[in-house]
Each structure stands twice: as C-alpha cells, then as structure tokens.
Design a protein around this ligand. Structure first.
Ligand code: ATP
Ligand code: MG
Length: 563
C-alpha cells in the first residue's frame, strides 16, 4: 500500500478506456454508468469516490448515470437505507433524473434467465447444504468435486426450480448452481450458486419471492437490462469478472464491460458498512450520523461541504493499486473550501472574564467586523463592545512564557476589531488561587486596533461582550480511532480496541457573539483563531450547539511541504 499524493491526475485509466471506446465507436459513443449501492447501510466517504467517479464520468462524456439499488438480500436491507442513500447522493450534488432502478424489479426477468440456463444444461438444482458446497469447492491448489446432483436432467431441474419458487422447500435445502467448471483455477467459476431459498420479506417485493438471486447472478444482468456501457466497481470484483462475462455470454444478452478500481481507504477510519453498523448498534457512536462517522450523513452533520468531498475525490484520483489516503488530505480540502466561504465570527470556548476599568459603564459601541477577508462581497457586521468581556482562558498567562504575545500582567494586546488593552490587575479565587477575572485599561485612541503613536503590539485576541454573548455548547472532535490503521491490534483483539476514548469532547459554558442567534442547523462559520464550526441539529433556541468541523491547523499543508 502506498500513500496518495496531493496532485490531481488530469485523466485516469478508466477515462482512458472510455476515450478509446469512443474513438473506436465501441458503444457508438454512448457512455452509460451506474452507482449500485446495496441498501444495507448508510453511504460513506468510500461510496463518495464511486459516486463521483460514475456520475462524474457520465457528466464529462455527455452520458448518463443510473442509481440502482442492488437489493438482492432481504435479510439485511431496509427502506431506511434506501431513503438515506438517495438523500446523500443528491446532497453530494448528483442527479439520476428519471433513472432510479432496483435489482428487485428485475427478479422475474432474472428468474426467466435462470430457466433459460437450466434449459441449456448450464444450471442445476443442488441439494447440498451451504457447508457441503463449501467443503466440496476445493482450494486454490486443489480442484473442487462435482456435486452428486450436477447431472440431473433438464426436466428434473426445471421441476425442482419451480418448486423452489413455489415455496415447497425450507431455507438452505436447495440452491440453483451454474454448471461451469469445478476444476477452474478461479474459485468463482466452480459451479457458483445462482439462487438460494430465503423465506424472508423483501423491503420492496414483500413476500412475492422466497428464492433470491445472488449478487453475481444479478449484477451483470441488471447492467445489461439498463444497457450500461462501463460497469465500474472495486477491485474485489476482479475475480468475479469471468463469471460476470460467462453469464452474459451464455444468456446471449448485451454485455457491458466491467472495470475495477481500487477502493478508498482512509487513515484513522474504518469503512465497511458491517463495521459501521456494529459501531452504531453497540453504541460506540450516537448513530449513523454521529459527526465522527465517515458516513456522508455524519460528515454532513460535522460540517463537511459536498464541494470539499467532491474536490477530495478528484484529487485522490483512481488507480488499480490499493492505497490508504491520509485523512489530513480530506481535512485540507475542507479547510480550502470553508476558508473561501465560511463567515468569520467570534466565540470563546473557555471563557475568562475581563473588565476594562476605564471604559464607561453601560456604554455599548458597535465595532465593524469583516465577515470574510477572502471575500469582500460577504461584507461586514457590527459586533457590540462593552466594559465587560470574555476572552479565552488560553489568551491570558499570569506568568507569560517567552514570546507570549497575548495578555499578561502589564502586557498590552489588541482586541480584534476593537481597542488595545493593557492588563492592570487580576482577581483570584481565594480557595484555588486561579485567576477568575482580569482587569485592564483601554487606550481610547486605538479604536479599530490602530496605534496613532506607531507603537507595536504583536498579539491580537478574540472576545465577546459579556452582556450580549449567547451561551453555547461546543463539541470538539478528534479521530474516531487512535491508530492510523485501526486494524493494528494484538492477537485476539479487534478494531474496537483502537477506538479513541477522547474522540468527542463536549464543552459547555461557551460564549459566542450575538449575530449567531438565529443561525440555522447546518450553517457553518469560522470561529476566529479556533477553527470551523457547524450548527448541530441538537441546538435549542437559547443554547446553540456547535460541532467543530475542523481546526485551523493544516497538517496536510505541512506534510506536503515536507514531502
Ligand atoms: P462496504 O464494503 O463498505 O460494506 P460495499 O461494497 O458492500 O461497501 P455497496 O453498497 O455494494 O457497498 O457499494 C456500492 C458501490 O460503492 C460499489 O460499486 C462499491 O464497489 C463502491 N464502494 C464501496 N466502498 C467503496 C470504497 N471504499 N471506495 C470506493 N468505492 C467503494
Ligand atoms: Mg457490496
């Protein structure tokens, strides 16, 4: 595995294949892709790579991309997932127009194709149990053994298959298998199962079926029905391609081209739906949309923008080689986008009270603050300034270390958009000795932060007016796992031992400027000097809740510089 660099590939091997197909007229210039999720969980950032690739290619080549639910396993699938997947694909910025499909809508056709293969002597009903099928499958070095039911007559197979459909047999008692080659070096071709009996209610077809086709006997045919030109999937399906092609060839139907690419892996992240479901079910996170989850709904709640995710997907590119992408690159793409777009505000997470002794009591001055230094069109707003303020506890030191340019006894600092203040004295808690209040004097000649006499003041800190501030809760997040590779565990342990106990740090008693009073859930801000924050749906009218989307420290920029 290698680490992916920050450069954007102008093209990739998949786009090169499509360009070549267009040049030779293979599909008459048609480009038709699909995104085929199984509705057994919420989409994650890995799916975003696939969505951007499939929908992106369709856009670039003037083609079409379908959304197709690959819903062949009624036991694990649910409409909750169907709905969330549609919401997430739309949120990412893609549109399947009128091309929403379900593999389950093809069940009758797929059944007919199974009958066709039975009639051609290419499929048979097998009475071996799942365990027996596995045991007779052979290994990479040893051929499998033919099933004793392999040579049933066509008539017998047709009759049994019909009875399977009619519900005459219990789960697991029979399967329909393709008659390919039990000695094939490719295990997928050793008489793979095409249908299994499952007396389960399907989220769409209800109880109409008690036999369900396998992924392999569904996917290629669904692609064929939809006249997909390029069926793009992840590398683990490379070994399935000969079977994909075999079914389409034996059925004599239109055959799309399957192309595999490397799935996305991210440091400090697990990506399989099975594991994400486990984290949700066992309560390690608050739900699929917990802001620490790599799901699209989790990232959205965290404050990620679709633009940042699309840009990330473009930058990582696609290749045939498995790799792990540094999560710092994803965060870098997010900062880039939020830096351009997020309005700046002031908020204090761990407040320390400041009293400006020579500032008139009861006076309120409205200070003009810039909404976004990156974008003048975002204008300015007024921030109230008064005698009593809150600053960050970190921005005061009773005994300042060297080069500490913030507030300390006798030291002067600039209050952003307001005045220069000098620390005159402190009030301490008699019990603990901790500084609970800082007294300052301000220089009225420095309004707006300028010094008419030209004296230099290095430090600028943020603040809020105590009388006007809104109290808020802030949720700070760190990686969900402590290890870059969550699978790095001792013998007998699993990835959950690497869960980060400090991945969520709630901070209450924060104060933010009054302009945030009506900020709607989902809106994003830069809290000056602290990071980017997003209003959480848990917010109450009187107490907004902010998720820290990402801090301001760009570790990716540092990595890129070093590299
Ligand atoms: P998981 O392994 O996370 O459970 P999956 O492959 O079972 O995911 P599907 O719903 O079958 O999930 O995936 C839909 C599409 O998204 C497939 O084409 C799959 O190859 C692709 N996909 C899934 N995970 C990734 C990933 N990490 N990177 C890129 N594409 C992915
Ligand atoms: Mg899958």
């Amino acid at each position: 595995m290698s680490t992916v660099g920050p450069t954007t590939p102008s093209t990739d091997f998949i786009r090169a294949i499509i360009q070549e197909d267009n040049r030779t007229g293979k599909h008459n210039g048609r480009v038709h892709t699909r995104f085929p999720p199984e509705p057994n969980g919420y989409l994650h950032i890995g799916h975003a790579k696939s969505i951007c690739l499939n929908f992106g290619i369709a856009q670039e080549f003037g083609g079409l991309c379908n959304l197709r639910f690959d819903d062949t396993n009624p036991c694990k699938e649910d409409v909750e997932y169907v709905d969330s997947i549609m919401e997430d694909v739309r949120w990412l910025g893609f549109d399947w127009q009128d091309r929403l499909f379900y593999a389950s809508d093809y069940f009758e056709q797929i059944y007919q194709w199974a009958v066709q293969l039975i009639q051609a002597g290419k499929a048979y009903v097998c009475d071996l149990s799942a365990d027996e099928v596995r045991e007779t499958r052979g290994t990479l070095t040893q051929p499998g053994a033919n099933s004793p039911y392999r040579d049933r007559s066509v008539e017998e197979n047709l009759a049994l298959f019909e009875r399977m459909r009619a519900g005459e047999f219990p789960d697991g008692s029979h399967t329909l298998r393709a008659k390919v080659d039990m000695a094939s070096p490719n295990l997928n071709l050793r008489d793979p199962v095409m249908y299994r009996i499952l007396h389960a209610t399907h989220h769409r077809s209800g109880d109409k079926w008690c036999i369900y086709p396998t992924y392999d006997f569904t996917h290629g045919q669904s692609d064929s029905i939809e006249r997909i030109t390029h069926s793009i999937c992840t590398l683990e399906f490379e070994n399935h391609r000969p079977l994909y092609d075999w079914y389409l060839r034996e059925l004599g139907i239109y055959a799309p081209q399957q192309i595999e690419f490397a799935r996305l892996n991210l440091t400090y992240t697990v990506m399989s739906k099975r594991r994400l479901l486990q984290l949700v079910k066992e309560g390690y996170v608050a739900g699929w949309d917990d802001p620490r989850m790599p799901t699209l709904c989790g990232l959205r709640r965290r404050g990620y923008t679709p633009e940042a995710i699309r840009n990330f997907c473009a930058r990582i590119g696609v290749s045939k080689v498995d790799s792990v992408v540094d999560i710092a690159l994803l965060e870098h793409c997010l900062r880039e986008d939020l830096n351009r777009r997020a309005p700046r505000v002031m908020g204090v997470l761990r407040p320390l009270r400041v009293v400006i002794d020579n500032y008139p009591e009861g006076q309120v001055e409205q200070m003009e603050a810039v909404n976004n230094p990156e974008d003048a069109s975002m204008g300015t707003r007024m921030v109230p300034f008064t005698r009593e303020l809150y600053i960050e506890q970190d921005d005061f030191r009773e005994v300042p270390p060297k080069k500490y340019h913030r507030l300390a006894p006798g030291q002067e600092v600039r209050l952003r958009y307001a005045y220069l203040v000098r620390c005159a004295s402190v009030v301490k808690d008699p019990q603990t000795g901790a500084v609970v209040e800082v007294h300052c004097t301000y220089d009225p000649a420095t309004r707006g932060g300028n010094t008419p006499d030209g004296r230099k003041v290095k430090g600028t800190i943020h603040w809020v007016s105590a009388a006007h501030a809104l109290s808020a809760e802030v949720r700070l997040y760190d990686h969900l796992f402590t290890k870059a590779n969550p699978d790095e565990v001792a013998e007998g342990q699993d990835f959950k031992v690497n869960l980060n106990p400090d991945s969520l740090q709630p901070v209450t008693g924060c104060f933010v400027e009054p302009s945030l009073k009506d900020a709607a859930p989902g809106s994003r801000f830069q809290f000056e000097r602290l990071g980017y924050f997003c209003v959480d749906p848990d917010s109450k009218a009187e107490t907004p809740v902010f998720n820290r989307t990402v801090s301001l420290v760009d570790t990716w920029a540092k990595i890129a510089k070093k590299g």
